[in-house]
Design a protein around this ligand. Sequence first.
Ligand SMILES: Nc1ncnc2c1ncn2[C@@H]1O[C@H](COP(=O)(O)OP(=O)(O)O)[C@@H](O)[C@H]1O
Ligand code: SF4
Ligand SMILES: [Mg+2]
Length: 363
Amino acid sequence: MNTTLKHGPDPEDAALRVTEVTKTFQVGRSASGNNRLRALDGVSLTIGRGETLGLVGESGCGKSTLARTLMLLEKPDSGTVDFEGRDPFALRGKDLLSWRRRVQMVFQDPFASLNARMTAGQIIAEPWATHRGLYKTSREREARLNELLQLVGLRPSDARKSPQEFSGGQRQRIGIARALALNPDLIILDEPVSALDLSVQAQVLNLLNDLQQKLGVSYLFISHDLSVVRHVTDRVAVMYLGRVIETGDTEDVFERPLHPYTASLMSASPRLDPAARPAERIVLRGELPSPVDPPSGCRFRTRCWKAQDICAEQAPPRVTAADAGRVALPLPSIGEPTLHAAECHFPLADRAEAGLAASATGA
Ligand SMILES: Nc1ncnc2c1ncn2[C@@H]1O[C@H](COP(=O)(O)OP(=O)(O)O)[C@@H](O)[C@H]1O
Ligand code: SF4
Ligand SMILES: [Mg+2]
């Protein structure tokens, strides 16, 4: 094992590895004649066992398309997904069922995502109808249902209530219990607390953390809320227009963003921590370009204040799946090699250039 690793999966041991995944959708022809929207354009990332990877980026950058791809709801045009040595898109029959069991999802809106005509108990137990072998007798299923309700902080009697009888936070607990019903190895959480009040968000985040400690489950945590991501993730991947443009250990990325886009996201995000507050707010120029006609070279160049001619001519070196696991980019200001890579010809040199105030630690 690479001893320079602080956190992050060893690529040999990553639970999930996504390599150069591209997904396009057919849309109406643009002025330039293109009719394919590039929702994912060569995305690479890894998620380790028991790890939380944050996925951040503006609305429309492809986060949910990636989540849907990992749930096998979208088939990539190209690229590979590897889950513990197997390609889920090549699996059939029992093997496919087993993969579906191991990767589960919790949705953003606990009001829309639960069937109002079912009881909480029926909702949580529904996946067992497809995966019949898991709990064979009704006694086993009832015991497991009670255990799941308890795990997420609900009472056995709650099983008989309908979703409308619960608050938003409680509904999200039901969604989490449902995702846990099949003992998954990876849970994809697509904006899991965005629809909840702040105080309830903290409870649900603590619950997710406790469950991870107890069960060792991995999370892909998708959120536009950077303060939440900083709080709950081990590593983070930043997406822009269908690509991961920066990835690294969460603290490193937040303390020392390398990509101008990451710095601008942080600059726009409200913070409680004064040390992390931007010295000067970076305001992005222009609109988000269309994923039907992404800019040549670096796709952030139309909004980047550091752009040079080369940025339009040549795409910067890609963040690869191997980087996502273990690239050691020596950053003198951090003092030790760190898992941190960014797709940029001219990465930011220090915190000041990233628009951040000097850190309390002097890094
Ligand atoms: N089924 C689809 N057909 C056409 N375009 C789609 C489809 N699904 C997503 N898109 C487009 O793909 C891009 C990425 O969308 P999405 O993955 O939902 O982004 P995010 O979750 O980051 O907001 C957007 O431009 C969106 O409009
Ligand atoms: S490659 Fe050029 S345009 Fe792209 S982020 Fe870096 S400096 Fe900006
Ligand atoms: Mg989304």
